[in-house]
Design a protein around this ligand. Structure first.
Ligand SMILES: Nc1ncnc2c1ncn2[C@@H]1O[C@H](COP(=O)(O)OP(=O)(O)O)[C@@H](O)[C@H]1O
Ligand SMILES: [Mg+2]
Length: 315
């Protein structure tokens, strides 16, 4: 039985956010179907507005799908809400917290929601593992954003859920927290917990996730193992620095970050063509290298596919 099963999930918001009247409905999820197996470390990737948080809200039972359904270990998140909810530990994207309690109190209250008494041994372990041990008695409003994020993670885990869902847990947090968090989540995954993660950091997803779905405007465009995705990249990447503006013919194909230019390179002839074009434009080229495509290259390639055309890949 899959840990999570998304079955033809559609979600239409009556009015798109920030839309002026007349209200236009917005299809945030468009027939999303895939399963996540028990014990997987699964990545859900997509640009802002792709529908990642909406999918997680539907999974967590916080938002109702317009059609389709979601099962957690076979329990329907709507019809069998309490059972499904107990199986899930959800770390929300938004920092929501109750400012009146200290960290330990917040975690005890959360344990209470699940009917768990005397949870202090596990709460201590959570505090320790997340680098919060010295903050146990600190009031929630005194904590920095990064520390609040750690408490949200601890809160999601008080009932030792078999399925852990993290919605952009590392957006805007420091490197140290990212390391602590990943070590801890990877350990839980090794112990058998299923992990569903959304992130903007593609190198994080590449390092951690064994399988990945890529979402754009509510549709799954790619779904495969991380290694299959990396293998599917159509090319290597030619990377160099320039001291001026790239000729327009190359600019449309290139990924440009400041002075760094990266171009998909299918072979020696193409590399020669690129470098000749840059030379003819009178630009000085430095630090030329060729590297293997990474997940970010694959992501950009997938996102550039035509709408409706699924990424050709064995699932
Ligand atoms: N409560 C809402 N009402 C109307 N539109 C919404 C609401 N929540 C999200 N949306 C819209 O749905 C789309 C998907 O949003 P979201 O799920 O937050 O994407 P992501 O998490 O991938 O950035 C966006 O266009 C967003 O503006
Ligand atoms: Mg989101």
């Amino acid at each position: 039985m899959p840990a999570i099963s998304f079955q033809s999930v559609c979600k239409t918001y009556a009015a798109s956010r920030g839309a002026k009247s007349p209200a236009t409905p917005l299809k945030a999820l468009d027939d999303v179907s895939f399963d996540i197996e028990e014990g997987e470390f699964f990545g859900l990737l997509g640009p802002n507005g792709a529908g990642k948080t909406t999918l997680i809200s539907v999974l967590a039972g916080l938002s109702r799908a317009t059609s389709g359904r979601v099962l957690v270990h076979g329990s329907d998140v709507q019809a069998d809400y309490a059972k499904a909810r107990r199986l899930l530990g959800v770390v929300p994207q938004e920092l929501v917290f109750d400012p009146f309690f200290n960290v330990r109190e917040a975690l005890r209250i959360q344990s209470g929601y699940f009917g768990i008494k005397n949870n202090d041994a596990w709460i201590d372990e959570l505090l320790e593992s997340l680098g919060l041990a010295d903050k146990a008695n600190a009031n929630m409003r005194q904590l920095s954003g990064g520390m609040k994020r750690r408490v949200l993670v601890a809160q999601a885990l008080v009932h030792k859920p078999p399925v852990i869902v993290l919605d952009e847990p590392t957006a805007g947090v420091d490197v140290e927290l990212r390391q602590t968090l990943w070590q801890f989540v990877a350990k839980l995954n090794k112990q058998g917990h299923t992990v569903l993660l959304t992130t903007h950091y593609l190198e994080e997803a590449e390092a951690l996730c064994s399988r990945i779905a890529m979402l754009r405007t509510g549709q799954v465009l790619a779904l495969a193992s991380t290694s299959e995705l990396l293998r599917s990249a159509s090319s290597n990447v030619l990377r160099f620095k320039i001291d001026g503006e790239l000729p327009p013919a190359l600019a449309t194909e290139a990924r440009v970050t400041g002075r760094i230019v990266q171009l998909p390179a299918h072979g020696a002839l193409e590399i020669e063509r690129y470098l000749a074009a840059v030379r003819e434009a009178g630009l000085k080229v430095e630090d030329v290298e060729i590297r293997k495509a990474d997940l970010e290259d694959v992501f950009l390639e997938v996102m550039a596919t035509e709408k409706g055309k699924k990424w050709q890949m064995a699932i």
